[in-house]
Design a protein around this ligand. Structure first.
Ligand code: TRP
Length: 453
């Protein structure tokens, strides 16, 4: 009885910790704007299909590698095969690229929290409010700096545990609020058009960009292809059923994203007066659309304030985990002190984050790969680096350590059988690498302007 209970709490603890890392701005900010932009229902279906095949395969492989070796990414690959040590380093580059621009968006969230608190929903809902904010020369830098400074303080003083406790209460509230707002939006006039767009696939909206962006989003949202799940796996008890844990994490993560989309995408239809170009708002979509929803609800300013503080918590737990990953890698590698490493990562983040913050205003003439600085960073991590890491991970598992090594790890307790092992082996050896290679090549050709998708 006693051991049974601790198994159970071990499993739930693991799922909550991994889901906590997975759920963040990726679900609430990034998923809805991509779904709006890349075909609504077509994107949604594409995402779900990729999640249950591809995401499942990669997440099982990463968590199993972590649990098998008991090490974080850099050491884990090296231990399994000396030649693949570089893969851990490549994976570690991803959080390094993500942290600064993640914190820029985190800053936007803080700004909206403060704006709902002080000036309220009616002001933030004005058409020019968001644009005035991101084109301003000081404001985005100020809020970004607050966000990254807070993150650094938590990592520096090692108080993550306290934050995690708070966020264990905040996240369920955020989930309930998100579902509630989504249901409210469904009752509004004109919602049905938007719901149809969001849920029903329409082949005329399909393009390679749909697949590419769904794939990048999958990596991003589930924290795959960056070594994170390897680290989480290294803490996972051997008697926890790995396969069902992965199903649960995927379900939480995708469910959250789905409702965030349901809250935001139909609202675009409701408030844009039939102007479909509003769907292409990109990174600003949530900040443009949600205030209009709140402005239409009684006590919308209060609700908006609560909503943005909760989103802030979801964001800051992710940024803490991103920064902690970077800091611990550097500390292990160079034997620096925690304080020194934190200050170094802070300075680096400021150096990258400040121009990123200005990329929509003062620095909007800088257009790497024809995009804003923020979109370019996002593109390089999600559409280039992560597919490369994922591809190499598949080759590593499929042909170097062999799928059996992973299957044995999943079945290690002797009581679990890996139900989808046949699909797993075939996916990781053949389908995933071929698919990834195709995605990677087309994404690079597209960015270089050689083909248009
Ligand atoms: N998955 C997180 C989200 O959806 C973002 C993220 C990417 C992340 N990589 C991470 C979070 C590493 C923690 C650690 O927002």
């Amino acid at each position: 009885m006693e051991t049974k209970r601790s198994n159970f709490s071990g499993k739930v603890g693991f799922i909550l910790a991994a889901a906590g890392s997975a759920i963040g701005l990726g679900n609430i900010w990034r998923f809805p704007y991509l779904a709006a932009k890349y075909g609504g229902g077509t994107f949604l279906v594409c995402y779900i299909v990729l999640a249950v095949t591809f995401g499942f395969t990669l997440m099982i492989a990463e968590i199993a590698i972590g649990r098998k070796t008991g090490l974080s990414a850099i050491e884990a690959f090296k231990k399994l095969d000396q030649r693949f040590g570089f893969l851990g380093i490549l994976a570690a580059l991803v959080p390094i690229i993500i942290l600064p621009y993640y914190s820029v968006i985190g800053g936007w969230v803080l700004k909206y929290f403060s704006a709902f608190l002080t000036v309220g929903a009616n002001v933030t809902a004005q058409d020019t409010y968001f644009n005035d904010f991101i084109t301003n020369a000081q404001q985005p830098i100020l809020w970004f700096t607050c966000f990254i400074a807070l993150t650094t303080l938590v990592v520096l003083f090692g108080v993550e545990k306290g934050i995690e406790k708070v966020s264990k209460i905040m996240m369920p509230i955020l989930a309930v609020l998100t579902v509630g707002i989504a249901l409210y939006v469904l009752t509004m006039d004109g919602a049905i058009e938007g719901v149809k767009y969001y849920i029903l696939p329409n082949m005329s909206n399909f393009s390679i960009m749909t697949v590419l962006s769904a794939m990048g989003q999958l990596f991003y949202s589930m924290s795959l292809a960056m070594g994170i799940m390897i680290t989480y796996g290294s803490y996972m008890p051997k008697n926890t059923n790995l396969e069902s844990a992965v199903h649960n994490i995927e379900l939480f993560d995708t469910g959250f994203a789905f409702f965030a989309g349901l809250m935001i995408v139909p609202s675009v239809f409701i408030f844009s007066g039939g102007d479909e170009s509003a769907l292409n708002a990109g990174a600003g979509l949530m900040f443009i659309t949600l205030p209009k929803v709140f402005a239409s609800i009684p006590f919308g300013s209060v609700l908006g304030t609560v909503f943005f503080i909760l989103v802030f918590f979801a964001a800051v737990t992710s940024s803490i985990s991103l920064m902690e990953t970077i800091v611990s890698i550097l500390m292990d590698k160079f034997k620096w002190s925690r304080t020194f490493t934190c200050i170094l990562v802070l300075i680096y983040s400021l150096l990258i984050g400040i121009p990123t913050s200005l990329g929509f205003g003062v620095l909007d003439f800088i257009q790497p790969l024809g995009m804003s600085i923020l979109d370019a960073m996002d593109f390089i991590s999600n559409s280039v680096l992560m597919p490369i890491v994922a591809l190499l991970t598949c080759i590593f598992v499929g042909f170097v350590i062999k799928p059996k090594a992973i299957i044995d790890e999943v079945e290690i307790s002797g009581t679990e059988t890996f139900k989808n092992k046949a699909m797993f082996s075939f996916m990781i050896k053949w389908i995933a690498p071929i698919f990834l290679l195709a995605i990677l090549i087309s994404s690079i050709l597209n960015a270089l302007g050689i083909i248009t998708m």
